[in-house]
Design a protein around this ligand. Sequence first.
Ligand code: SF4
Length: 242
Amino acid sequence: MPDDDRIAFKLELTVCDRTIEAETPIPNQPLRVVDLLPVLLAFDSALVGMAADKTESDGQKISCREGCGACCRQIVPVAEAEAVYIAELVADLPAPRQAYIRQRFQEALAALGEEFVERLHDTSKCHELAERRRLGEEYFNRGIPCPFLDQERCSIYQHRPMRCREYLVTSPAENCSNPSPETVRPVDVPVQLSRILFCFADGLGDQSTRWLPLVLALEFSGEQKRFPGPELFRRFVSQIGH
Ligand code: SF4
């Protein structure tokens, strides 16, 4: 696409006493939210990085390290656009790897059990925080690793969902293998783009929060509407800080 078919957006955002400036070109054509994800995921990582810097400069050490996948047995909420992104990512993998990942998804679903998977299909019924916590605990207690976890490393690190990026802890890493609100201290990430993305199931950010567990991503078949790319991006960034 020629450069003149893109519109450059300049952003400046201050979080945790730190400011980031970024310029990103957005294609001036109809786009799905999923088409914006490479930009939004990078942006989310930058915001989380600012919160992490602030935490460490305040004297708290972040315990998360490469090779520690303890949190990768938790339920991972993904927005519908992320589910599509993951499904397309898997569909683009070389055939043997794709077959392996699809098998991992099947094994995870089988291990979760039909009845529990049925409940996971309807997370919209979990209105209360206590209900979501209970579902999360039941999921974690089954001890099922994320289908993308290979030797305790994320095999889609560059593409991992926003909630994975936004979850960092300062409590000892070993506490994550038996997490509770008392033993795990998450880093405070004041701007979490996942919360905005969860409201974009309609494509324009007018929806109430909607998410599904990552383990159901390959089964998701919802429609992704297209809107003019610059308008879509403008709508998304206008939600930051609200
Ligand atoms: S996508 Fe990656 S970081 Fe997220 S739970 Fe799976 S393995 Fe862990």
